[in-house]
Design a binder for this molecule. Sequence first.
Ligand code: 0X9
Ligand code: ZN
Length: 420
Amino acid sequence: MRVFDVDRKSFPPASDDEEVQLLDVEMELPQEKIDANKTRQEKRKWIYASLTILLCGILFVALWVSMGANKQLSPAAEGNEAGGAITPGEKPEPKVPEVNFGETFQRYLPASELLQMWESTINAKNLAIDMEYLPKIGRSIEGRDIAAVRLGNPSGANKTVLITGGVHAREWISPAALLGAFLKIASSTDPSLLQLFQKVRLLVVPLVNPDGYDFSLQTNRMWRKNRRDNDKGNCKGVDLNRNFGAHYGAADASTSSCSETFRGSGAFSEPESSAIRDLVNSEKSKGMDFVGFIDFHSYGGLILYPPGWGNRSPAVPTKTEQELVDLAGLISRRIKQVSGYDYKPESAQQLYPVGGSADDWMYTVCSTGLSFTIELRPSDQNVCDKRCITNNGFVLPASEIESTAKDVMAAILTLMEHVG
Ligand code: 0X9
Ligand code: ZN
């Protein structure tokens, strides 16, 4: 056997058939060197083992952190409804409601189409506000259903604001702009708007007078009243804004059935006005507190506040009166901000006193007394005579619907914010 030469770090030259046996060679090394080698190898083993454990630890921590972050962002990982991917740390966007505006801003819709828009919107996907369609709060004199809509927290808030449209048949802009405002609200994802509907409920009667409205649309553009048959077909219609049960008949409310302002046979003699009364009473019996009211009419560009029936009532508390004046002013400023249109705040009786109007009745119903009639566009005050019967202010081009919807939305939200 050849012996390993430690100094030369090699074996001496071997013959071709000689086998090299390292084991034997080691055995030939001095004992201290073998021991030193062993210690070095042990140390190396320990270093490798510690490094491996450390590396595994780092890898495990990194994996755990990334899994935790993914868990938080899991809805965002799929992207939001608007199609945008959400970057880590960003709050997930609410789903965008699938609201279809249809031809709302292109033309004045017949009663059935108009209400269909309300109903289908309430059935739309991803709505952020809780809504309910009440298909029949009453039946018109010709047998059409009078519908209502509830918007906002059904159980949380009992503060309720009532909104009515289309009381007068020829004032087409009222139900049209109200629908437009509703669609804008229903499609909104603005958090402050959504929060408002957690605090205050909205009860809307989009078309109080469906018979008169369709009659104005199809037959007589200037029709104002409902379609009650007064004298065996001789003279039709009751002025619904003279038929409510507050200061009934006090002023400008005719007893002649042919008059444009015929008050009817008694307070709430008409199914359309009594449908509003019944709705309000039924909501009140469920514990709802009416804290505000707006009745949308046209025209004049006015924000009218009670009292509107005659001489100033001594029962009107000064504080409420001042609040009404201030709020009418605030609504006017908000509308100006959003659409640029000028609405004039004014006392309803200053315009002209009437008895049996919806605003004076709701003034008595609302715990706050915050009841308004808003006369929508156009303002045209120079040419508008009393009730604007003879001129054309009612004939507002459909191109104005969208902008007027902004006025309506601003008015409603300002009132809701004030009472919320
Ligand atoms: O006369 C009405 O009913 C209203 N004007 S309209 O041109 N839309 O017909 C105004 C009613 C104002 N309210 C009170 N004076 N109470
Ligand atoms: Zn009117």
